[in-house]
Write a protein that binds this ligand. Structure first.
Ligand code: GRF
Length: 198
């Protein structure tokens, strides 16, 4: 691919510090990376990652979930803020709201998520504490397509790390996060190249 080739547009959804979003943004600086960020959206007006996006001239939107009486209204509003940017992919990067089927079905095979476990193990919350408590020897992260069933869509990339004797959920989370920052750009590249070649 040449550096003038078409790039896929990403809408990245975050809830907090946005370290995965930042890593993806850095990957997008490579002229050969097949995607660019069109939008960063958060449901939290105070999400730290929004500041990074604004400082780097990335368009941002905030849809504060507390202002909506139903999930349906919240998700409809998110969708109407996302659509004008015409993204090819929606990237959930530390996005802590569960998305419901009507939203997901508007973007079939177009939503990716990163989950801090080696799926299908440890769906849901507190993945690192559960893996340590179970005496697992290895943990990791998974980038997968989002389907209505939680943490269950087809897997795109997985990275594993050892669980050490003295690991706490925090030390393990840090080791896994380093792999998340490798896995997400890799997965986006795979999906984008596939979409651009079809
Ligand atoms: C990551 O550990 C991710 O797997 C989980 O939330 C964390 C997000 O971190 N879903 P960040 O906001 O990308 O820094």
């Amino acid at each position: 691919m040449s550096d003038t080739s078409e790039k896929l547009k990403l809408a990245i959804l975050i809830s907090g510090r946005g370290s995965n979003m930042i890593t993806i943004h850095k990957a997008c600086q490579d002229p050969y990376f097949p995607a660019e960020i069109a939008l960063v959206l958060s449901h939290r007006p105070d999400a730290k990652g929004l500041t990074y996006a604004q400082e780097h001239n990335i368009p941002t939107e905030v849809v504060d979930h507390k202002e909506y009486s139903s999930r349906k209204d919240f998700e409809n509003e998110m969708n109407s803020r996302i659509e004008p940017y015409k993204p090819d992919l929606i990237i959930l990067a530390g996005f802590l709201r569960i998305l419901n089927a009507p939203f997901i079905e508007k973007w079939p095979n177009r939503i990716l998520n990163i989950h801090p476990s080696l799926l299908p193990k440890y769906k849901g919350l507190n993945t690192h504490a559960r893996a340590i408590d179970d005496g697992q020897k290895e943990a990791g992260c998974t980038v997968h397509y989002v389907v209505p069933e939680l943490d269950s869509g087809p897997i795109i990339v997985q990275k594993s790390v050892p669980i050490l004797e003295d690991d706490t959920p925090n030390t393990l989370a840090q080791r896994v996060l380093e792999q998340e920052h490798i896995a997400y750009p890799e997965a986006i590249k795979l999906v984008a190249n596939k979409l651009l070649s079809t």
